[in-house]
Design a protein around this ligand. Structure first.
Ligand code: 13P
Length: 252
């Protein structure tokens, strides 16, 4: 099993900051990716080509974009298409992050179209799902996230599904306002995801307030095959430490 360890920079970093982070990572991974680990990084659109050029074409680090439109081209002001993202060097497309669902009208329907667009062009869809605190408190987490996943993935054939990565990111655990989830809270959602998608998709990742203290425990949860990280990985040293933790975990 390969552990996917990646970060979205969300709406952070100047080009100079992006360059420094990517150059540091390239240097650190000059000998290849840590054994058993698939690193990935998802900068802002403005830094996609810069990070691609710094990492190089043969980098062991996968490069992604945080969103892409479902159409290949056209009159969609302000949007970026999957072929454009691919042209800029992206291999992954993040789809359906809760911040996009909450603030930018991302719906189950648009996540389905975007997953299809990514697959059509040979990019890996990284589908994010996650429930609110209200849903969690009502005991509906597993049902809710399975519905989000099915809405985006139903209808894919086995080969297409095998190219998808799912990241479970409970809204209540994400960002400054979030609190770290406990291992106990994640067992049931991952059991549900494992039953529905285990062995069928490329990976089942956890995201939301991952830090250097909880990463190893989170990787120990059944069906978890990686971590999708915000703040802790924005400083390169934090990301490198997460890679070390994952490498140690992969070795046992
Ligand atoms: P944090 O790790 O900052 O909570 O963000 C997680 C996330 O949303 C990754 O997509």
């Amino acid at each position: 099993m390969t552990l996917w360890i990646g970060t979205s920079w969300k709406m952070t970093k100047t080009l100079a900051e992006a360059r420094a982070w990517a150059e540091g990572l390239r240097e650190h991974l000059a000998g290849g990716a840590p054994a058993g680990v698939q690193p990935f990084v998802i900068p802002s659109f403005t830094a996609t080509t810069t990070v691609r050029e710094i990492l190089g074409e043969d980098s062991p680090v996968l490069l992604g974009v945080q969103n892409a439109h479902w159409e290949d081209a056209g009159a969609w002001t302000g949007e970026v298409s999957v072929p454009q993202a691919k042209d800029a060097g992206a291999q992954l497309v993040e789809i359906g992050h809760s911040e996009r669902r909450e603030h930018f009208g991302e719906s189950v329907e648009t996540t389905r179209w975007k997953v299809a667009a990514a697959l059509r062009h040979g990019l890996t869809p990284l589908l994010c799902i996650g429930e609110s605190l209200e849903v969690k408190d009502a005991g509906g987490s597993a049902e809710f996230i399975l519905e989000q996943a099915a809405g985006a993935l139903d209808g894919l054939d086995a080969d297409e599904l095998s190219r998808v990565v799912i990241a479970y990111e409970p809204i209540w655990a994400i960002g400054e306002k979030g609190r770290p989830a406990t291992v106990r809270e994640l067992i049931e959602p991952f059991a549900a995801l494992g039953e529905a998608y285990g062995g069928k998709v490329t990976g089942l990742l956890y995201g939301g307030s991952v830090n250097l203290d909880n990463a190893a425990d989170l990787l120990g949860i059944e069906h978890v095959t990686g971590l999708f990280v915000g703040r802790t990985a924005w400083e390169l040293e934090g990301y490198l430490e997460l890679l070390r933790i994952a490498e140690a975990h992969a070795a046992v």
